[in-house]
Design a protein around this ligand. Structure first.
Ligand SMILES: Nc1nc2c([nH]c(=O)n2[C@@H]2O[C@H](COP(=O)(O)OP(=O)(O)OP(=O)(O)O)[C@@H](O)[C@H]2O)c(=O)[nH]1
Length: 131
């Protein structure tokens, strides 16, 4: 089966987490943590900084590793590495997503997450990551 390796940013500010809604493709309308595929030879950190700059127009600080999750979609196997991040420079701008929300922990379940992200949300709820 096809393997996809992705990095995702759990962007945190003032007790809220930044969730984005996919604007195109098979999973349009579902919510995710921004990020994307790691290119050949690229480090997780560089991939994450590049993707977040491309998608949201901001520079981030990567403050810690949260977890890696694996998920079997019908047509590919996903490995996703999640990092706790904060915004360093820039104003958030939705260049690819159709919508975004800052969610406190208790409202993380108010949006329809991509299937692979449910485990991440549970992990955040259990571990209560903070700056
Ligand atoms: N960025 C991101 N991707 C996720 C998450 N959860 C999850 O299942 N994915 C899946 O991981 C895959 C890769 O993400 P991507 O953003 O690079 O995908 P894409 O299809 O838009 O890539 P493309 O822009 O190269 O076409 C997608 O199939 C996406 O649905 C998540 O929280 N963040």
């Amino acid at each position: 089966m096809k393997q996809i390796e992705v990095v995702a940013a759990i962007i945190y500010d003032n007790e809220k987490y930044f969730a984005t809604q996919r604007g195109y493709g098979e999973f349009e309308g579902l919510w995710e943590f921004p990020g994307g595929k790691i290119e050949k030879g690229e480090s997780h950190e560089n991939a994450l900084r590049r993707e977040i700059q491309e998608e949201l127009g901001v520079d981030i600080s990567i403050d810690g590793f949260i977890c890696t999750t694996d998920f079997d979609y019908p047509s590919f196997h996903l490995t996703m590495h999640c990092y706790l991040c904060t915004i360093l420079v820039g104003e958030l701008e939705l260049r690819e997503h159709k919508s975004a929300r800052w969610l406190v922990l208790s409202s993380l379940d108010e949006v329809m997450w991509l299937p692979a992200d449910k485990e991440i949300v549970e992990y955040l709820l259990e571990n209560r990551y903070e700056e």
